[in-house]
Ligand binder design. Structure first.
Ligand SMILES: [Zn+2]
Length: 408
């Protein structure tokens, strides 16, 4: 078998008008260049109407393909411009191995997407010796197309959380399907405007605003207004995760007050912040000692632990236990916990709804993981669009129309 025939078979060109007419291995470092051409008299579809048309003229294009051993490999051909009686001259869009507008073959694109799910783009760029900005453009284009095709018609519960990007200088809102943990949407900012953008995207993706029954969020930000406007049938749920964060902040506030009064709490910060079951024996001992030594701190820690525990209660008992917890907090002589009890009263309905629909907890925690992962993957490329691209790639469960990297 000649090398041209070999490459023709490997490129799966049988049954197409395309043939390998030449292959060269030259340059320093050497590059394998495979030149393709179509049979004279071939017809191609007009990109506007699909009608088979004759060739008007051609223009040369080049695509990077999967490597040949350790060497770069490129496909080169004269791409036909068809002449359609209705639409005039147009470059054809699809070739068996690539889109005419891309600088990469479909298989090369598939290999980049495969790597991008596992490693940072900067590392892929080094591995395949390609400019990182070129790879970003490719990844963004494919992610955008796959995300645009995503169907949200089955979504009935949404979880919202906010996080910072670029070292806390700008905020993003993250929206997840609370049941499947599929990432739906990432918006800049953390106001009801972000919810409006989600709602617009929701229509575009075949979702029904009326069918959203639950929206999980925290009570600190301005999402609630947007949710009531955009998803009128949704019950807002203030989930356990955010309430525990607030209780942790209240403990911190008690600690700072004690420190201002001269308590020796330096170095105890992490023991006080972490969940008790994550602490080692020494830290637990320190915690018990501090609670003994500083009574207000002991009460704050007990309140936090009780809140954690009551969330394990059954759907029926939960609201009653929470009501008693609020009474305890209100009597605790700890200003931060008294304030917390007031806040809980204010948002009561949304808080107790959690006991009926615990699905939201995992979703809210998943959001955090997604964004941390996206930040690591987009290392060195921290702007909003890079972060979005990677977040969708790793968490939106997208379907790409790319060929399989396995032989068929
Ligand atoms: Zn046409």
């Amino acid at each position: 078998m000649s090398s041209d025939k070999l490459f023709e078979a490997a490129l799966q060109l049988a049954g197409t008008p395309w043939r390998v007419v030449r292959s060269d291995f030259s340059g320093q470092p050497p590059v394998l260049e495979i030149v393709l051409d179509f049979a004279r008299g071939s017809q191609f579809p007009c990109p506007q109407c699909g009608q088979l048309c004759g060739v008007h003229d051609t223009t040369q294009k080049r695509w990077r393909h999967l490597s040949f051993f350790q060497y770069r490999c490129e496909l080169v051909t004269n791409v036909p411009r068809v002449w359609c009686r209705q639409h005039g001259a147009h470059l054809i869009e699809h070739l068996p191995w690539a889109e005419t507008g891309s600088g990469f073959t479909l298989l090369f694109e598939a290999s980049i997407m495969f790597l991008a799910e596992e490693m940072p783009v900067a590392a892929i760029a080094r591995l395949v010796q390609e400019e990182d900005t070129r790879l970003w453009r490719l990844i963004a284009r494919l992610v955008e197309a796959a995300q645009a095709a995503a169907n949200w018609s089955q979504v009935s519960a949404i979880a919202i959380d906010e996080t910072s990007s670029r070292h806390g200088r700008c905020y993003v809102s993250v929206f997840l399907d609370a049941q499947t943990h599929r990432l739906l949407y990432v918006a800049e900012g953390r106001t009801s405007l972000a919810v409006e953008q989600l709602a617009q995207a929701f229509s575009a993706h075949g979702g029904d605003h009326q069918s959203i029954k639950l929206v999980a969020t925290d009570m600190l930000h301005c999402y609630a207004k947007g949710v009531r406007e955009q998803f009128p049938k949704a019950q807002i749920v203030y989930d356990r995760y955010h309430l525990m964060v607030m209780a942790g902040e209240a403990v911190d506030e008690v600690r700072r007050q004690l420190q201002r009064q001269g308590a020796q709490l330096k170095g105890a910060l992490w023991s006080l912040r972490g969940n008790p079951w994550n602490l080692d024996a020494q830290q637990q001992q320190l915690l018990a000692h501090l609670a003994q030594e500083y009574k207000p701190l002991g009460r704050a820690l007990a309140l936090r632990a009780a809140l954690q525990d009551l969330y394990e209660a059954s759907d029926n008992d939960g609201p009653e236990l929470l009501r008693r917890w609020c009474q305890w907090a209100a009597r605790s002589r700890l200003a931060p916990f008294r304030k917390l009890a007031k806040t809980f009263h204010q948002y009561w309905q949304g808080i107790v709804t959690y006991f009926q629909c615990r699905i939201t907890q995992g979703a809210i925690e998943a959001i955090n993981g997604i964004i941390q992962l996206a930040k690591r993957r987009a290392r060195g490329f921290r702007n909003f669009s890079y972060l979005c691209t990677i977040a969708y790639l790793v968490a939106a469960k997208l379907k790409f129309s790319l060929p399989s990297l396995l032989p068929t």
